[in-house]
Write a protein that binds this ligand. Structure first.
Ligand SMILES: Nc1nc2c(ncn2[C@@H]2O[C@H](COP(=O)(O)OP(=O)(O)OP(=O)(O)O)[C@@H](O)[C@H]2O)c(=O)[nH]1
Ligand SMILES: [Mg+2]
Length: 402
């Protein structure tokens, strides 16, 4: 873990909106997540600005009054970065930069930047660089002048060259080059996956920071990097796991997030192929997160985009140790009971009931209910296994009564 005191955190402000589709509570949750993203990227949030609006201002996104408020705060507090929760057009970015006189980023920038910092293998770096170039290309006009590049820090890092060329042609050539490089690696990886034979493949999927790697570590006794930051995992790890007499392959891969930039989904195609080619998905959810239902929707949306919606899936609700419903006194007749007050038992009787014998409730950290979890995975994997290996091929014979 990086020592917080050793690194200089960049001072930032966050800017979000409240709209008809996005009420105050949602907006707060999104900004909480944006703050976590900022912290992961190496920034420190000093203040949040929120404006109620029906339609964003085409020139500056927020209104001029609000912008003045932001500008004053930035000047008074020596803030280097303003981060918007919504995607800005190139023109908006330019106009806002001019007014605020500091670096202006949006959620996509931030996610791309974290990916750039996190990418360690040459393959991951190539994929991130491709996504950055794809993002950059339509925004090149007037952006990334040398002056702006000198601001450095969050949103300005790339895994490739330190200078990002301003010429579109150069970027286009680079995109072609990166694509060719990825294609070569993809071929090698497809061969590798082919070599794994007919063994059943199980993939851990889910929102970022839900505990996928932690779960991978406890069931496969491997040592995948896990930490309380977003996108701890970028590279895919595949381990052979044996439960009782049954071997199968378990994959841990990159986590998803709301509004995951499409450029990243495209360039991480091969990493996501692990999910696409899996026989069974373990959809891990952090039930202690107040917006876990929103997370499930985001994950399902991305699974749809990579054509993996119809796969057999086990819902795994993790972090039950950290789940705390909001207290509600029985004699409190004023407060309306909402899902925030549900106990775990009450949750199990909601829509979770429909995923019915499907849903599992565990704590990967405290190793709670792992036996039930393993049994469920065993049963599902076994069902697929016997269709592939009709003539037994279990590691050891099966005993009826254990
Ligand atoms: N309280 C609690 N914390 C957990 C549990 N499982 C994992 N965590 C913590 O949640 C954080 C994220 O865990 P990871 O395993 O890195 O999550 P991940 O889904 O792999 O995250 P990314 O790779 O970033 O997408 C770590 O700080 C874990 O210690 C759990 O059952 N209970
Ligand atoms: Mg992980």
């Amino acid at each position: 873990m990086i020592e917080k005191k050793d690194i200089q955190l960049e001072k930032a402000v966050l800017i979000g909106v409240i709209t008809k589709e996005q009420n105050e509570e949602r907006s707060k949750e999104y900004l909480d997540e944006l703050e976590f993203l900022t912290y992961t990227a190496g920034g420190e949030v000093l203040k949040r600005f929120v404006q109620k609006m029906d339609m964003p201002n085409p020139k500056t996104f927020i209104g001029s009054g609000k912008m003045e408020e932001v500008e004053t705060f930035i000047k008074d507090n020596d803030i280097g970065t303003a981060i918007f929760d919504d995607e800005l057009s190139a023109a908006q970015e330019r106009n806002i930069s001019k007014i605020l006189g500091c670096k202006v980023l949006d959620r996509t920038n931030l996610i791309l930047d974290i990916f750039a910092q996190r990418a360690t293998t040459s393959y991951a770096r190539t994929q991130v660089e491709l996504a950055q170039c794809e993002y950059l290309l339509p925004r090149l006009k007037g952006m990334w002048t040398h002056l702006e590049r000198q601001k450095g820090g969050i949103g300005m890092r790339g895994p490739g060259e330190t200078e990002i060329e301003t010429d579109r042609r150069i970027v286009r050539d680079k995109i072609a080059l990166l694509k060719a490089k990825i294609k070569t690696i993809d071929k090698q990886m497809a061969v590798q996956r082919g070599n794994r034979g007919k063994m059943v493949r199980v993939a851990l999927v889910g929102y970022t920071n839900v505990g996928k790697s932690t779960l991978m570590n406890v069931i496969s006794k491997s040592d995948v990097f896990a930490e309380n930051k977003l996108f701890a995992t970028l590279d895919t790890t595949v381990r052979k796991v044996v439960i009782q007499n049954l071997p199968f392959l378990l994959t841990d891969t990159v986590g998803f997030i709301r509004k995951l930039p499409t450029q990243l989904i495209e360039s991480f195609k091969s990493t996501l192929d692990e999910v696409r080619e899996a026989d069974l998905l373990l959809h891990v959810v952090d039930i202690s997160h107040p917006n876990f239902e929103g997370h499930i929707d985001s994950v399902n949306k991305i699974l749809g985009e990579i054509e993996s919606s119809d796969k057999p899936t086990i819902m795994v609700f993790n972090k039950i140790d950290a789940y705390k419903p909001e207290p509600l006194d029985e004699d409190d007749l004023v407060t309306e009971k909402t899902s925030a007050h549900y106990t775990l038992e009450e949750w199990k009787n909601t829509w979770m009931n429909k995923v019915g014998n499907n849903a599992l409730f565990i704590s990967a950290l405290n190793k709670k209910n792992l036996d039930t979890f393993k049994k469920r995975v065993y049963d599902e994997v076994r069902e697929i296994h016997v269709t592939r290996f009709p003539y037994n091929h279990f590691l050891y014979p099966d005993y009826e009564d254990e």
